[in-house]
Design a protein around this ligand. Structure first.
Ligand SMILES: [Zn+2]
Length: 145
C-alpha cells in the first residue's frame, strides 16, 4: 500500500490535509517526512466525521486510497463529512502552501499565477519585491537586488 500512498502524498497540494485510513498515524507521518512532505497534515478518519474541518480553510484534502478500498467502504456519515469538508478547500501557493487570496493577509497571499506574492518576491520579481517593501518595510530581504 506504500506505493499508492506515496504517489498520493507526492501529488497532494502544499499544506493539504491527508486523511489516513485509521488512527495509527506514525507510519503515514514518517512516510510524508521521507517524501519531503512535512507540510502535509495527516489526520485519522475521525477528523472528518467529528467535523474538525469546520471553520478551517484547507489548501487541499486528500483521502488515502485505503480508506476508499477498505472492505467497509465509506460510511454515509464519512461521505457526507467528506463532501462538506471539500467545500473548505481553497487554492494554496504552489511553493509554500499559504492560502491564496486570504482576506486576513491580502498582500502576501495575492495569487500571482498559482504562487503567493511573497514567494514570487523571494524569487526576485521586482513588482512583488516593491509590494513586500510596503508591508514589511524593515525587512532587508525585500531590498533592491
Ligand atoms: Zn508562497
Amino acid at each position: 500500500m506504500g506505493g499508492e500512498t506515496s504517489r498520493q502524498m507526492a501529488a497532494a497540494p502544499r499544506g493539504a490535509v491527508y486523511v489516513w485510513c485509521n488512527h495509527h498515524l506514525d507510519y503515514p507521518v514518517d512516510l510524508a517526512m521521507q517524501l519531503g512532505r512535512g507540510d502535509l497534515r495527516v489526520v485519522p478518519p475521525s477528523w472528518l466525521e467529528e467535523g474538525r474541518w469546520r471553520g478551517l480553510e484547507l489548501t487541499g484534502l486528500v483521502v488515502d486510497h485505503a480508506v476508499v478500498d477498505h472492505a467497509a467502504g465509506l460510511s454515509d456519515s464519512l461521505l457526507r463529512a467528506l463532501s462538506e469538508a471539500r467545500t473548505r478547500v481553497r487554492p494554496g501557493c504552489a511553493i509554500c502552501g499559504r492560502l491564496l487570496g486570504d482576506p486576513r493577509d491580502p498582500v502576501r497571499s495575492l495569487n500571482c499565477g498559482g504562487d503567493c506574492l511573497r514567494c514570487v518576491a523571494e524569487a526576485g520579481d521586482p513588482e512583488c519585491l516593491a509590494a513586500m517593501r510596503q508591508v514589511e518595510p524593515g525587512d532587508p530581504a525585500w531590498g533592491r537586488r
